[in-house]
Structures are given as C-alpha cells and as structure tokens.
Design a protein. Structure first.
Lengths: 536, 1118
C-alpha cells in the first residue's frame, strides 16, 4: 500500500516539475540602446533621429574616410604614414584602388558611403513618421524637421555624387524595393533638389535649429543660406574633368553663392565629448601628419629651388627651403632663420599660414620617398590652437574664400578677368605680393611654374594660376569634404598622373547586388587623371 | 521588466522544497552488510579507492589501502554490486543475497584497463553511466591523466581529447585558452562565442572558466557534438565541458588525507620573431657614423634624417656600397650598425617566475565526505617588468548523507585574482633598430639642447638616500627618430599601470531524495558571480613625442563589470529493472538567469600628479558609460535509457527550451536525441576482443544569438540617435543535427581503440547579413545559412608494459574536421577576422570551406597570369619572360633574362585585370590573378590559405618504474595557415629579418630594398599569400619526471615517517615547438570578432606569445 502511496505522490511531483515549464518570464528589454519602437514613437525621439543626420554625415570627414588619403593624393598635404591609405594612394606612380574585401585600406573607400547613407536613412525614417502623422512636432517643429532633413539629404546625396561614380537616391517617399544604383549626375540632381527644398522650407520658417543638430544654433534664414552655399559647392564640384567643370551651370552656381552665406560658417567640434569631432583635423596638427606638398605648394618659391627639386630624379629629391615674397610663408635665408620667425607651434604666427616646423618635424625614413619630405606645416587655422591644447573649438566648413572663388571662377569662364583679378588681389596683396591685373601681371612671380609645365616652363603663373594659388591657400583643408585640392584639381586638370578622379561603389554594396567590384585610378587606369597641366 | 534572479531563486527554492518533501514516512526495513576486498586480478595486490556500490541505491563504499570495503544498511534481498575505479575495468557482481543482520562477503577482482570503457561518466546522460554503455562519445580526463597540472582546466585538455582544438590565442597570464569541439558551429559568432557550455560541480558558468584551479579537478568530461549534447538543448551546439572537483568521496571510510604541494620555476620565451640586424642607410667610410641629407655625419639618435645607402651619389657623396645610381634598387639592407647592437626581443621578453602553492584536506567519515583547498598562483609571464597574474583560490565541497533516502551536497568556490593587463607593445617592438639601446635613459640627443622636445627631459626622482636621480623607468622614448608611430615599447611596459581584478564566487547546492528504490528526486541551485574591475593609469608627466596634452598630463580609466548566473533545476529519476531490461527515465526542469552590467569612467589630464582618482581629472575630459543586459531561459526534458541484457542500449530524449534571446514568437524550441549501441562482444565471442561496441546517435542541439540580435536598435551617443543594427525578432536558434557513429573496442586487454565519425548540419545560421547602405542599418541578424561538418576522431590506448613495478602506456588521439557552407539564403558576402589588420578575409557563400582565407596571391606559377605574358609558357626556359626565385615567387626577368644577371630597377610591361594593372619590375613579385570558382569572374581575391588544420594529433606516454615516472605529451597540428601581420608590418617598416642580406653573399645575389618595397607595395597591409604562412607545428606540451617516495621508504626517515608519500617532480610546459612559422609561436589567433574563436581567426595580431614554463615541484601527502 505504501508503495502505491509513494508512487502517487512521486508521480504528482513529476507532474509538478513538468508544470513549471514557462514559469520563467522570458520578456526582457534592451535597456542599452533604444529599439525601433521607442526611437520612432515619440516626437522627441523622432526629432532626435533626424537631428543626428548631420553628425552621422560629419563622420565622412573623419580620419578613417577618404579625407586623408585623397588630400595626400591631391597634394593638399603630405604624410608618409601607412594609415588611412595615405602612403599607398599617394605613391608615384599612382596605383589603382583595391576595392575588395581584405584589401589594405579598403575601409577608406567605403567609409563615407556608409556614413552618408546612415544620415540619409535616419532622416528618411524620421520624416516618414512625420509625414504619416504618426508623430506631430507642431507646425514649426514639423517644418524645422523637414527643412533640416532636406538639408541633410542634400548634403549626403551630394557627398555620394562628389565621391562615387554612382549611388542610390533614397528618401521617405521612395519604396526601398525600387531603389537602384544611379549615375553620379542623377544623384547630384537629387542633392540639389533636396537643398533647394531645404532652402525654400527654411525660408518660410522662423525656427532655430538647435546646437545639438548642427553644433551651434542656426536660425532658419541661415539654414537656407547654408543650403544655397552647399548647392553652389556641389554644382561646381561634381565635375570630374576640366571639360565638365567648364560646362557647369555657372550662373546657377553664382546664384546659389549670392543666396548663400555671407560669412564663414564653422562647426563647433568637440573631440572631448565626441560631438562633431574632427579627428582628421586633429591629426593635421602634427607636422609629421601634415607637411606641405612640394609639387603643388613649392610654387611659392622664387629662388629656383623648386625648379631644381622638380628636375631632380624622384628618388633623389631632398626637401628644400622656400624663399618667397609671399608672407604667408616664413621668411628667412636659412632653416634656422625661418624657425625663428615662428618658433612656437602652439601660438599663432602673425598672419602666417605656414611655419618651418624645426624640431617638431619628424621626417619618415627615406624608404618611403624623400620627395614626401617638407620643412613646412600649415598653421593657418584656429583649430591649431584649440585642438593642440584643448580639443574643442570651431573648425571651418564653408569659407567665403571658397564661395567667392566660385564666383571668380565663373567670371573667368565668362571672360570677366577683372573680377578675377579683384578676387586674387583681395588676399594676394595682404601678404606682401603685388596686385595683378586683368591681363595676369605677376610681378612677384608667385606662383612660379615648374619646369615640366608644357607651355610655361619655369614661368610666372598667369591670372588663372594666380587665381588657383589664392584659392588653394585660402581654402586649404576647408573645401568640399576637406579635399578641395582634389575637387578643384580634377576640374582644373591639375592632378598628378594616375590620381583617382572618382571612387568605385564599395565592394560590399557590389556583393549585395551580385556584381563584381571594380577599381579606378592608377596610371593608365580608368577614371585616372592624365598628365596634369603642370606636366607631372 | 523581468523579475530579478532573487525573486526566481526564492521561488525555485520553495518549489524545490515542495517537490522534495512531497512524500514522507520512509519505512524502515531490515538490513544487512556487504564487505570484501578488491584486488588486481593480475597481481593480486589490493586496490584502494574503488567505489563499490549497490545498484539502484545510494549505498556505496570505497576500498581502503588494503582493498577492504564495507557497506552497511543494505536492505535484505538480492542485489547487484558494481565496482568502479580508475584504470581498471568495472566489475558487476550479480545476485548478492543479503540477509538480515548478517554480513555478506563479496571479494572482487578487477582487470587493469588501458581504455577505461567501464569508467563512469555523468555528462549528457541520466546520472552515472558506464562508458561501455554509452551510445555516443563522452571523453573523460581524470586526475591521473594530469601529471602536469595546468593553471586552468581547459589547458589540461590540450592534446588529450580527440576532436578538441584547444589553443591559447594569447599567452598573456590570466587569459583563458579557446576550445573548439569538432570545429565551429556558427559561421558568425559576433557577440557570443564558439565555446562549449561549461558546467562545474553543477554550476552552469556565466563567464570564463579561467579562474578555476586545475589542481582541484577530479574529472573532466567533454561531449563534442549535438548528438551527445542534446540534453543541454539550446546552448549546447558547441558541446559541453563538465568538470567535477574533488569531494573526498573516493577516499576510504574514516580517512582524511592532507596534501601540500609547491611548484616553482620560470617562464621563458621559447622562440623569437626574427628582426633585422642590419640597416640600409648610408654611412661614412669607416662605418661609424650615418650620413644625413646634407652630407653631414651624425649618430643615429641625433640625425636630422638619414639617407639610403644608394642615395649617396644623389648627395654628391662617394657611395661606399654601390655604383652610384641613386635609388631603392641599389640600396641593400646589408649595412652593419655602428657600435653595439642589441637583440630587442631578448630585452623585451626577460622572462618571469612561476610559483604555485596548494594545500588541501579531504576526507570521508560516516555519511560525510568533503574537500577543502587553498591555492596561490603567481605567474609573471615573460614581458620585462610585468607582474603577470596573481591568484588565490579557496574551495570547499561537502556531501552529507542523511539516512538512506537523503543526500545533500554543497560546493563553494572563491577566487581572487589580479592580472597585469599591460600586454606590451609588440607592435612597437618590431620597429626598434638593432643599434638603439632600449634601456638607455631619456636625454637630449639634439645638437642644440634648446631644440629638444619635452619628452626628452629626464624624469627625476629621489632615491632611497634622498638623492635626486633619473627614474630608471624613464627609458629613451624614441629609439627610431624616423618613426613617430612607435615609441620604445619598454617605456610603456615600465610606466603604464593597468590591472584587472577578478573576484569569482561559485556555489551550488544539491539535494537528492530517494523515497523509493526506483525513484529519486534531485534539486540543484547554483550561482556564479564574477566581479571584474580594471584600472588603467598613466601618470602625469608620461612622455609622448607628440607632446599630446591628454597624454602627457596623464589619464586613467576605471571599469567594473558584474556577471551573474543563477540556475536551479529539479529532476525526477525513475530506475526500474524488468527482467533483463534495465530502464532509467528522468524528467527535469531547469531555469536560468544570466545578468550582466558594467560601468566605466575615465578621462585624461590630472590636476595634480600621483593621485589616480577620477575626481582628479579635468571634468571636460571625463567620459562615462554603462551597459546592462539580462537573459532568461528555461527548459524541460524527458530522457529514457534502456539496457537489455546490458548489451543492447537505447537512449532517447526530448527537450523544450525557451530563451529571452529570441523574439516573443520564436522563443520555445524542441530538441531531441535517439541513440543506440550494441555491445557486440557480449553476443559474439571474438577472439582477442574483450570489448567491441558499435554505436550510433542522432541528436539536435541549438545555438543562441547574442543579446542584442533581436532588437532593432538605434545608438544613442553624443546627443544623437543613429541606426545601428537591424535586429530580428523572428530569429530561430542555430539548429545542429548530428549523426555520430563509432566503435569502441578493447583488444587483448592491451589496446583500446575508439573511432568516431560525426556528421553535423547546423541550419538556421545566425548571420550578420549586410544590407544596402540606404537602409541605414548596415547589417541585420538573419537565419540565412547552413553549415555542414564532418569529423573523424580516433583514440588509441596502448599498454605496452604492465607489471607490479613497471608500466608503460601510450595514448594517441587523432582528429580531422572539415566544414563547408552548403546553403546561404542571402547574397554572398565577406566577413572578417579580428586582430591585426582586421579584414574581411572569409567568404560566406555556398561551397565555401570554413577557415578559407581570401586575399591577394603573389604569382607562383604561370597559371597565375591567366594566359597573359606568355601564358603557360611564361618561364624563360620555355621562351617566356619569368623565372621562379628562391622564395618560390614568379618574377619578371625580361626576354632572355636571368636571375643570375641582375637588372634591378628595369621595368617591364603592365599586367593586371579590372583596372588593377601594375608595371612589372625586374626580379620582383607579380600580383597573380585567377578565376573565381563560383562567379567565373577574373579576380585577384583568391584563396590564400586555410586556418583549419588538415589533422590534429596528440601523443602521450607514461613510463613508470616503481616510484619513478616519466610522462610526455606531444601535440601536432598539421596543415593550416596563419596571417602573419607582424612580419608584414616589419617589411613595411624595413625591420624584418628577411630583408637582411646574408654576410658574404655576393651583391649580385642580394635583393635590394626595391624588391621588398614591391613585396609590400603590391598589396599593402592587406592579406596575401606571402604573409599567410604555414603554421603547422608539433609542440612538446607537457613533460614531467617524477619520483614518489612511498610510506615504506619514508618510514625509515624519522622526520618523514608521518607522511604517506612525498613526490618530487621536474615539470615542463610548452618546452619545444617544431615549426617553420617564422615568429614567436604558431599557436596564435584573435579571439572575438565575427568568427568568435582564435582557432578559426588565426591572425597573428601581435598577441602575447605563449611561453615555456619549467619548474620543480614537491608534493606531500599525509
């Protein structure tokens, strides 16, 4: 009997065990990152999602992206280091991209692509919620979100069009299933349309874009002007060749410039807090990351050293001391004299753009090419001080020198050389150089052409060269995507032979499309610069 | 919000109590005793430590030193006895008739066993099960198999378990090795790992097993595939490792044994990475000074620059080495450094001490058995000035029998450790010139002291006499002034303080109630907690040749992470015999609560020096973060085991698991197993075969996603919200289905052989699938593929000699695993190996073998030219323009050219496809091309190696003569490749030994810098077949020479006669490595990342090298 009793109780126990199934609560929340429901459910969260667009796009300018290596390849600066493809893609002769999985520095080809589309997608997700009525930010709030969103869409699509041969056009109104790759011209058209709409919307508003969105408070009217300025930049910069550059709708460019900013527009970068951190600029604070490219900026020299340097075989080139009447460069007969002009890198040197870096300099080993060696570092920016010392401050995004330069370029193409000379003289005369005229009088012979120039070897630069000289120096590191030398260089035909003219669609995207990756650049390669106007 | 583990623990405890006390009133019955002696059947000598149990009951006894055992309280009736001990075949005595108040004598004789098929295992089965009756493989390592104790339990498995790749991707003290059982089951293991489930004394571990002390281990059991691991459900696809620590249960009754053990020795670097001993720069005619680019003589550290030896002519100087042509093609790395040269590797890896001290007490008295131990470990590692790891462990295990029906057990373990986290800049080490003294102190080498950087200023301290001296740790920061990336690695080693502090607590409690002789209930509660804290401190005044403010003003970070795992389970087990049919059935419910949280804070710029607290940092430069996650799971299963005449065995189980890691509609999943075995030798008498068993098992197990995989998350940071990972609430578990077949045999009492073939298909691979860029989310977790795996395993035990005084045994293991992606439901994509130059080197697409590394191939034959430039006849010998050089590379020499007629610098035609053409250079490597086997496209993204070995072997032998014992273990892993990132970087930096041109080699046979520039420059720091190198190795893992003085020998020594034994040992770990891999150690890899295991991501990414340990030990028993 007891056995029966115990069998019964034990069976009951077994049933109890089985009955416990499911007694653990399996609902767990992720408390670390907001999930889609939360991120898209409240007006504030939707607004924050849209607001992050600029910061997401801003990552394009980071060290990991194309900024550093394209800047090297275009002669905007020189750094011999292997990081970020700087050594690799600035080799002479230029080599093609390695747009494939596992390739060295392939991330620098893809970085800006994903950053731009991250911004585009975030804005599209947010605007979709507003458009659908799922959230309501109020009349002015909705307007602000949409105007700002269109600005980001224009900025990001324009970035794709500036860099890549093709891209996707996507916004909240487009069915993701219908999205296909389009040529860069179409992507740029979309960018300009978004920027135009941003300007129009902002023009009707009285809102202020808060500092968390664009790093500083931006009134609606300023946002409209900003959109126009970017539109001007994009219109002119999308050209890959001199022919395309000259075929730009310069009237539209000028119109956008005129409707655009009236003073320099900076971003407040705070690397301590990680907001809009301009890490590429940080690296450029160090002379061994940011020396001056002798091929391009050696044209300041009037002593003949530059011409001798150009004539020296590549692997025998040694750095030389620039002697120039252009006071943006340190004066002095010797290196020591020039160092004495500006001995402390942590303070501004009055009105000078460049300093002889002296003991702060560290040249790389000669194995990487002594042609990369330079005595000079650029100090013409306030970020030199704040980044070097404090890690935060304003960095330039759009300078009036660039905007006015676009107008001057339009004037040049239309034959209004007097206006070009006026643009040149505005800064040229500030730095000890004699003014030019509509005929291109170059009394000081700055810039001085290299001996390889096909039509003007060792000659003094003409009006066009003086224009380019002033724009280069005045906008160095502040042009489109901080690679203005490349953007302008491909349109002016200045780039060294084999320098890449546009980037291929990243291999990862091609994998998704079931297509093979491809490459550009390199001497003899596709979308590679031919021998440039300077003969190299 | 889910309820806390505390809530559930209390609820579980109540339920456990309820279940365990449901029945009461166990009736008392008349009893008798069983006693006898256990002896070796061959030698007649008594066998101590044999566990003799009455089957179907909890009654058991262990034989003492005379082999005697006695079991009291045996119910009157007919019983079967089972005798089990290590090294002998188990014996079952049937039909022992016990009468009331009488003692029945049952003497037992046991045969030595080289393959212990009759040993008892507990993993993956219902309770204790003889290996002979298993229908699948359960590998077992006992204390006796561990003559060389390791500092962690997993290292103890190296070379001893077939199908288990155990390796240390990093040798840094305090880090755990990685283990792969029959290869990875996940293509992508981001946020999780490929590690098996670890269970220690019933505690399901919530974090690494590294804290445990191998000296406490009594038994390790390993189950490797889904068939065996089905019992563990959704966490078991990667296998299960179950560890049992000592409990004193194997001692004889009323015996208490004390053990004291001390081991001391040293850690040493066994192999070096070869670095350049020569340089390529121009020197003066006497070879005492360098020449700068102004033609001035200078010392290395004071040179404003240096020029290549071949550039002398470019400066208008007489070039001592070449013909005056100034370029990389006339520069050779054949210059001798002036003055003293140093082996920087020797200076960096000074070696440290190893010491471990262990005491334990264990005993058995009445119904109680216990084990208590304390150990102290100090392992300094091999880096100069580093402290390595320090660890104190405490353990108490107690079991108590309460009457005949109850048994309770409890275990508690606490470990406290500190690890020096300064891994050392191995990156920097490969960039140190042989002619620079890394121990020289900072000083100004500039001609003009005013030009010296802040970093050159001496750091002064007070010595013990109050005199101001330069800090001896203030070593010269920049021994290569032409390299601003890599400071002196010794400066970091000496001056950074970075420590990790681990506090680990584990406890478990078990209750068994057996109300009926065929029914028992078990309750288990376990808790595992890891408190990990770390601190990094860089003092104010730390040097940086960039003078970066945030560096030189110091900085610190503090992190704290708490990991908790709480589990409880209830079992009901029914054991009945119906004639010749023995049945066991078990039902279990298991609940799991895993929690993790971390906080961190840190920053830079101390206000005042030498005060390492966050409050002392500049508030503008302080950041903080936090993370929290909770995982909840439960499962229930039923399992039954049928044995007919002990020769036909069937095992079946079904399990249902639920986990919060899946979305609401995908939480619960079923797993099952069906297995059978036939002990052929019980039916058919085959001459020579003592045991022959055929077995087959088919089972399923699962793999869970990472915590975040189900959530469609946006990232919050710096005040903005951005999309991150597109989660998936419909994720299903990775579902492994395994068929395992095999045979176990014992031949002539001398040879044991186990052969197993396992075929596994893991469906529903949880993959991080790339998305179109415009989706914003760049990747999404999806069930998108299938991975097939085939494994052959064999284990051979051979007992060559077995006499009373002498024995000599051998053990071989073999395994080979091949895996292939057979299905992918998304477009093919590449994914990465973390570490070094982390890059997408693996291809996810159907037909791809796991571990295949893709990259660029330097051409090695004309086939790599794809029909261009002469095609199949491209060699000069066939009328072409290429030759194969001494490195096996295809190089262009031009029409009619020859490597014996150097034309360095000459250019050839361009070669390449898809916009990747490059000019060929005389005598230099060529970038090869091929046809992609899937797309048929021309590509230079080609297979360059495999991280999965062709096979893996272990060979162990033990020779014993009286008290003297010699043991050795050799492990051989053959046919795999490693991406040697340090070697590639060293070539980039011109510090690789391969660039050194041998003394006496005629100049025309030397290779100039241009050759190496091409070698680096054609690929850059990407993956290529030159730096993906053969990693095959054979390693002498363990060696021990031991002599044990027994009680009889000690009896004659007055001071020692109280001891049962004293053993003296010489021990070596990782003594020798035989390999062609040109770096520290081929046992290297990068953990984490997408692949999730260093055994798959064999990327040499500057990991801390594994090291050799040589020690002496003394162990005293009393």
């Amino acid at each position: 009997m007891w056995r029966i009793k115990h069998a019964a109780t034990s069976g009951l126990a077994a049933l109890l065990l089985m009955g416990m199934a499911g007694c653990v609560d399996l609902d767990v929340k992720n408390l670390n990152d907001p999930d889609a429901e939360r991120a898209l459910s409240t007006p504030g969260d939707v607004e924050a999602l849209i607001a992050g667009g600029f910061q997401a796009w801003y990552g394009c300018l980071y060290y990991d992206g194309p900024t550093m290596w394209i800047s090297n390849a275009a002669g905007e600066h020189v750094a011999p280091w292997g990081n970020s493809g700087m050594e690799m893609y600035a080799r002479i002769p230029r080599i093609p991209t390695s747009n494939q999985a596992g390739a060295a520095n392939v991330g620098t080809l893809t970085y800006c692509w994903y950053r731009s589309y991250r911004a585009i997608a975030a804005v599209a997700d947010g605007l979709k919620q507003i458009e659908s009525g799922a959230v309501d930010l109020g009349t002015e709030g909705n307007l602000r979100a949409k105007a700002y969103g269109r600005f980001i869409q224009g900025l990001a699509h324009g970035t794709i069009a500036l860099l890549y041969d093709s891209g996707f056009v996507y916004d909240e109104s487009i069915d993701p299933e219908t999205v296909v790759l389009q040529g860069y011209e179409d992507v740029m058209d979309a960018s300009l349309a978004y920027l135009q709409e941003a300007a129009t919307l902002a023009g009707t508003g009285s809102f202020t874009v808060p500092s968390t969105w664009l790093s500083k408070d931006v009134p609606a009217a300023e946002l409209a002007r900003l959109a126009h300025s970017f539109a001007a930049r994009h219109r002119a910069s999308v050209a890959r060749t001199p022919a395309q550059r000259q075929a730009v709708d310069w009237a539209a460019v000028v119109a956008d410039v005129n409707a655009g900013l009236t003073s320099d527009w900076d971003v407040y970068s705070n690397c301590n807090q990680g907001t809009f951190c301009d890490d590429a600029m940080q690296y450029r604070n160090f002379y061994y990351w940011q020396m001056q490219n002798n091929w391009v900026l050696g044209m300041a020299d009037t002593s003949g050293a530059y011409q001798a340097w150009i004539n020296t075989p590549l692997l025998e080139k040694q750095p030389f001391i620039l002697h120039t009447p252009d006071s943006r460069w340190p004066a002095g007969a010797t290196e020591a004299d020039q160092i004495a002009v500006c001995p402390d890198p942590d303070v501004f040197c009055d009105q000078r753009f460049y300093m002889n870096s002296g003991s702060s300099r560290s040249w790389s080993r000669p194995d990487r090419g002594t042609w990369r060696w330079s005595y000079y570092g650029q100090i013409n920016n306030p970020w030199w001080i704040w980044n070097h010392v404090e890690g935060e401050g304003f960095v330039p995004m759009v300078r009036m020198a660039e905007m006015n330069g676009l107008k001057a370029e339009a004037d040049y193409y239309s034959g209004n050389f007097g206006a070009v000379a006026a643009y040149v003289n505005q800064t040229r005369t500030m730095f000890g150089l004699l003014p030019t005229d509509a005929a291109g009088l170059n009394t000081n012979c700055v810039p001085k052409m290299p001996p390889t120039h096909p039509t003007n070897p060792n000659g003094c630069g003409d009006l066009w060269e003086m224009f380019k000289w002033e724009k280069r120096l005045e906008t160095q590191f502040s042009g489109p995507l901080r690679v203005g030398f490349w953007i302008d260089g491909r349109g002016w035909g200045d780039l060294m032979e084999g320098t890449i003219l546009q980037l291929p669609v990243p291999y990862g995207e091609m994998q998704l499309l079931g297509q093979s990756a491809y490459n550009y650049g390199g001497v003899g390669g596709d979308w590679a610069a031919p021998v440039g106007v300077y003969g190299y | 919000m889910s309820r806390s583990w505390l809530y559930w623990s209390s609820r579980g405890a109540v339920l456990a109590a309820l279940a365990l006390f449901l029945g009461t009133g166990v009736l008392l019955a008349q009893t008798g005793s069983i006693e006898g002696t256990v002896r070796n059947a061959q030698t007649a000598s008594p066998i101590s430590g044999t566990r003799v149990s009455v089957r179907g009951t909890e009654l058991a006894a262990t034989s003492n030193q005379n082999g005697y055992y006695r079991i009291d309280g045996v119910p009157v009736g007919t019983h079967d006895l089972q005798a089990v001990t290590l090294g002998f075949n188990a014996v079952t005595v049937t039909n022992a008739v016990v009468t009331a108040n009488r003692s029945l004598t049952v003497n037992i004789e046991m045969l030595p066993a080289v393959i212990n098929l009759d040993a008892v295992v507990v993993t993956g089965v219902i309770g204790e099960t003889q290996r002979a009756k298993l229908a699948f493989t359960v590998d077992q390592i006992k204390t006796a198999d561990l003559p060389v104790p390791q500092v962690d339990p997993i290292s103890a498995l190296q070379g001893k378990v077939s199908g288990a790749i155990v390796m240390r991707g990093s040798g840094q003290p305090g880090t755990a090795p990685t283990i792969l059982l029959r290869g990875p089951t996940s293509i992508n293991a981001s946020g999780r790992s490929q590690e098996p489930l670890y269970v220690v004394d019933g505690v399901i571990l919530g974090s690494s097993i590294v804290d445990l002390d191998a000296l406490d281990i009594e038994n390790i059991e390993v189950i490797k595939g889904a068939a065996a691991a089905s019992l563990y459900g959704s966490r078991a696809a990667s296998g299960v490792v179950q560890i049992t620590t000592r409990r004193g249960s194997t001692l004889a009754a009323e015996e208490i044994r004390f053990t004291a053990r001390a081991e001391y020795g040293s850690n040493q670097l066994p192999r070096k990475m070869p670095l350049a001993k020569k340089h390529q720069f121009l020197m003066n005619s006497t070879g005492t000074k360098f020449i700068d680019n102004f033609g001035e003589e200078c010392d290395w550290l004071a040179c404003p620059n240096v020029v290549l030896a071949g550039q002398g002519a470019g400066l208008g100087l007489a070039d001592p080495t070449v013909d005056g042509t100034a370029n990389e093609w006339t520069t050779y790395m054949n210059q001798t450094w002036p003055g003293t040269t140093w082996d920087q590797v020797d200076r960096f890896f000074e070696g440290g001490n190893f010491g471990q001290y262990y005491v334990s007490a264990e005993g058995r008295t009445g119904g109680t058995n216990f084990h208590a131990s304390y150990s102290n470990l100090r392992e300094e590692g091999i880096m100069t000035g580093q402290e390595g790891q320090w660890r104190n462990n405490f353990r108490v295990n107690v079991d108590q029998r309460l009457g005949d029906a109850f048994k309770i057990g409890a275990s508690a373990f606490y470990s406290r450790g500190k690890v020096d986290n300064v891994g050392g800049s191995l990156f920097g080490l490969t960039r140190m010139p042989a002619g620079a003294d890394l121990l020289a102190l900072n000083t100004c080498y500039e001609p003009n002291p005013d030009d010296c950087g802040l970093w050159q200023e001496p750091r002064m301290i007070m010595d013990e006499n109050g005199n101001e001296i330069q800090d001896p740790k203030d070593v010269y920061l920049n021994p290569d002034p032409f390299n601003q990336e890599s400071p002196n690695p010794l400066y970091e080693l000496f001056n950074i303080e970075s420590y990790g502090y681990r506090g680990r607590f584990q406890s478990s409690a078990n209750v068994r109630w057996r109300p009926l002789d065929w029914l028992s209930f078990d309750g288990n509660v376990s808790y595992d907690r890891l408190d990990y804290k770390s601190q990094y401190y860089r003092f104010k005044g730390y040097k940086s040749f960039t003078d970066a403010t945030s560096t030189i003003l110091g900085g610190m970070t503090r992190n704290h992470a708490l990991t908790e795992a709480f589990n409880w389970s209830l079992d009901a087990t029914l054991s009945r015999r119906f004639g010749d049919l023995a049945t066991r059935t078990q039902f279990r419910y298991l609940a799991e609560y895993d929690d993790y949280e971390s906080t961190n804070a840190g920053g830079s710029r101390f206000t005042v020096g030498e005060v390492p607290v966050i409050d002392n940092l500049d508030p503008d430069f302080v950041t903080a973060g936090s993370y929290v996650q909770a995982v909840r799971a439960d499962g229930y299963f039923g399992i039954t085991n049928l044995e007919y005449k002990e020769r036909y065995i069937v095992d079946a189980l079904v399990r249902n698991d639920g986990s919060s890691l899946f979305g609401p509609d995908a939480r619960r999943h079923w797993y099952y197993r069906l297995a059978g075995a036939w002990r052929l030798s019980e039916d058919l008498r085959i001459p020579g075969f003592d045991e022959l068993k055929l077995r087959a098992a088919y089972g399923t197990a699962g793999g869970r996603p990472s915590f975040a995989a189900q959530y469609e998350t946006y990232s919050v940071g710096a005040g903005t919200v951005t999309p991150v990972t597109l989660g998936n609430r419909n994720l299903e578990p990775e579902y492994s289905k395994e068929l395992e077949i095999g045979t176990d045999m014992l031949i002539g009492g001398m040879v044991g052989l186990t052969v197993t073939y396992a075929q596994t298909t893991t469906e529903n691979q949880i993959l991080l699938v790339p998305l179109p860029a415009y989706a914003g989310f760049t990747q999404q977790w999806r069930n998108a593929g299938t991975l097939d795996s085939k494994t052959w395993e064999a284990m051979l035990d051979l007992q060559a000699i077995q006499t009373r005084d002498m024995s000599w045994t051998f053990k071989f293991i073999f395994d080979r695993t091949q895996q292939e992606i057979t299905e992918l439901n998304v477009p093919a994509f590449t994914y990465g190996a973390y570490g070094g130059n982390s890059a997408d080197v693996f291809y996810a697409r159907p037909g791809e073998a796991i571990g295949t590394m893709y990259g660029v191939r330097f051409a090695k034959s004309c086939d790599d030219l794809l029909g261009q430039l002469g095609g199949a006849d491209c060699l000069v010998s066939s009328g072409g323009e290429f030759e194969i050089n001494d490195e096996g590379l295809l190089v262009w020499v031009g029409p009619g050219g020859s490597l014996s007629n150097p034309q360095w610098g000459a250019s050839g035609p361009s070669f390449g496809f898809k916009g990747q053409s490059r000019t060929l250079r005389w005598g230099s490597p060529v970038r090869g091309w091929g046809i992609d086997r899937v797309t048929n496209d021309t590509t230079d993204f080609l297979p360059v190696g495999s991280t999965v070995p062709d096979f893996h072997l272990g060979f162990g032998t033990t020779f014993r003569w009286k008290g003297f014992q010699v043991y050795g273990l050799l492990e051989w892993t053959q046919g795999f490749e490693i991406y040697n990132v340090p070697a590639q970087w060293a070539v980039f930096r011109n510090y690789s030994a391969i660039q050194d041109q041998p003394d006496g080699l005629p100049l025309e046979e030397q290779k100039p810098q241009g050759y190496y520039n091409q070698l680096y420059g054609l690929v850059g720091l990407g993956v290529d077949n030159y730096f993906v190198q053969d990693g095959s190795f054979a390693k002498l893992r363990e060696v021990s020479v031991r002599y044990r003085f027994d009680r009889a020998q000690l009896a004659s020594v007055p001071l020692l006669r109280a001891f049962d034994g004293i053993a003296l040992s010489l021990i070596g770990r990782n003594l020798l490595t035989f390999t062609s891999y040109p770096s520290y150690d081929p046992e290297t890899g990068s953990g984490g990342g997408e692949v999730g295991s260093a055994a798959v991501a064999r990327v040499d990414g500057y990991q801390y090298p594994n090291f050799r340990t040589f020690t002496g030990a003394i162990e005293i028993n009393f």
